[in-house]
Design a protein around this ligand. Structure first.
Ligand SMILES: [Zn+2]
Length: 293
């Protein structure tokens, strides 16, 4: 091997180490098993009650654009198909196998339990929790809530003012991040939701969100904080893309699309999961916050 060849390899490795951020998977709250869907298509639908800030057709279009931010990058390397449905309802957060997106415009809470007022959005991932049993860690539903009490949701953050007492949040930026949670990805820095820092896909502990976070990690869509009016999460990093394409690779035979088989996302996933659905459903809440001052 020539000296020149060895040097080239060393530079390539250093470059990777300096730029790679890694992706992080959400894990079961009981035994730490990584979560994943065992179906090949997910369709997210807005609650028909909509938003105080935006017409419902704008909400539909923005959710579709946020889904396309993922699918335009992942459809070539993953079998998972992330799509949207037009608003209907009222529909709300529930472990019903039907992924929904709900604006909370009056009270930032669910079932009387207040959410963190600093949170822009919150995705609850319902999954099977049956340690040691088949199906453990299977995602059955994932629902998004958006904080319309403390944030004004807009599509043109540079020109749209916030309602009094709120901050501007770009809806597409927020939804692109939350859709990462829907698909099973977690934050790329340690948000203290777990006792110890999770490992990224490279096996490295991720940095504390409260400490110094490398810029490469701050640029991932799955970084949990956003400055007012931020739009950079609309564009996925290569690590965000790998997070989907390595968990749901197109080289694997895709599982069924229950949406197509059963004629709608209201259908619960397949028979093997049904008994566990009732016995061992565990919610995992993932919160995306505003950037700390
Ligand atoms: Zn988040």
């Amino acid at each position: 091997m020539s000296a020149g060849f060895r040097l080239a390899i060393a530079i390539a490795v250093m470059s990777l180490a300096g730029e790679a951020a890694g992706y992080v998977r959400s894990t079961s709250t009981t035994d730490g098993v990584p979560l994943r869907w065992l179906e090949s298509c997910i369709a997210v639908q807005p609650d028909g009650r909509g938003s105080q800030d935006l017409p419902i057709d704008v909400v539909n279009d923005t959710l579709a654009r946020a889904a396309a931010n993922w699918s335009s990058r992942t459809d070539s390397c993953s079998y998972l198909r992330l799509t949207t449905l037009p608003a209907a309802g009222p529909i709300d957060v529930a472990p019903d196998g039907r992924p929904v997106m709900v604006f909370r415009d009056q009270l930032w809470e669910r079932s009387g339990i207040a959410h963190d007022p600093g949170a822009i959005g919150l995705t609850t991932v319902f999954h099977i929790s049956s340690p040691g049993q088949p199906g453990d860690g299977t995602i059955l539903d994932a629902d998004i809530e958006l904080n319309g009490v403390n944030y004004t949701f807009v599509t043109e953050p540079s020109t749209t003012p916030a309602r009094p007492g709120t901050e501007v949040a770009d809806l597409e930026n927020t939804l692109t991040h939350e859709l990462g949670h829907v698909q099973g990805l977690a934050h790329t820095c340690w948000d203290h939701a777990t006792e110890t820092p999770p490992l990224d896909d490279q096996g490295n502990p991720i940095p504390d969100c409260d400490g110094t976070v490398p810029e490469a990690i701050q640029m991932t869509t799955m970084f949990p904080t956003a400055a007012p009016g931020e739009i950079s999460k609309r564009m996925l990093s290569d690590d965000d893309v790998r997070g989907i394409c390595e968990v749901y690779p197109s080289s694997e035979a895709p599982p069924a699309c229950y949406q197509e088989v059963d004629g709608g996302c209201q259908a619960q996933p397949g028979a093997p999961a049904a008994p566990l659905w009732l016995l061992a459903l565990a919610p995992l809440a993932l919160v995306c916050r505003r950037k700390r001052a």
